[in-house]
Design a protein around this ligand. Structure first.
Ligand code: FES
Length: 116
């Protein structure tokens, strides 16, 4: 069995991620979302699991990411869908933050399954 090597790709500066708006990055045609959570950064799938709106066009407030299209919301801490909707949680990806730079594990690596 071949062991896969993880590469850490720097994708953004923490200073470029606003507290109230997620930052979109695209890696290998995969839309991802970087979200500032207190002093931490989280990376989630960038397309809404409802009808694939780009969540980067939405906002972050009151602990939630708000989809711009039909207003579903997702918890910034774990990606779980908020009240009133029954959608899968956002996939969360492995990242690390070092010296103000955000790096993402490549190949992309999901932390938690969508339907937990
Ligand atoms: S596309 Fe996001 S709630 Fe419909």
């Amino acid at each position: 069995m071949k062991k896969e090597t993880v590469e850490w790709r720097t994708v953004a500066s923490v200073d470029n991620i606003a507290a109230d708006r997620p930052l979109e990055i695209i890696i290998d045609e995969t839309f991802l979302l970087l979200v500032k959570v207190m002093d931490d950064i989280k990376a989630y799938q960038g397309l809404c699991p409802h009808q694939f709106a780009r969540l980067s066009m939405g906002t972050v407030s009151e602990g939630s990411i708000h989809c711009p299209r039909h207003k579903a919301c997702f918890d910034v801490y774990n990606g779980k869908c908020g009240p009133g909707w029954q959608l899968p949680a956002l996939r969360q990806y492995h990242i690390r933050v070092d010296a103000g730079e955000v790096a993402i594990a490549y190949p992309l690596s999901v932390i938690s399954p969508r339907n937990e």
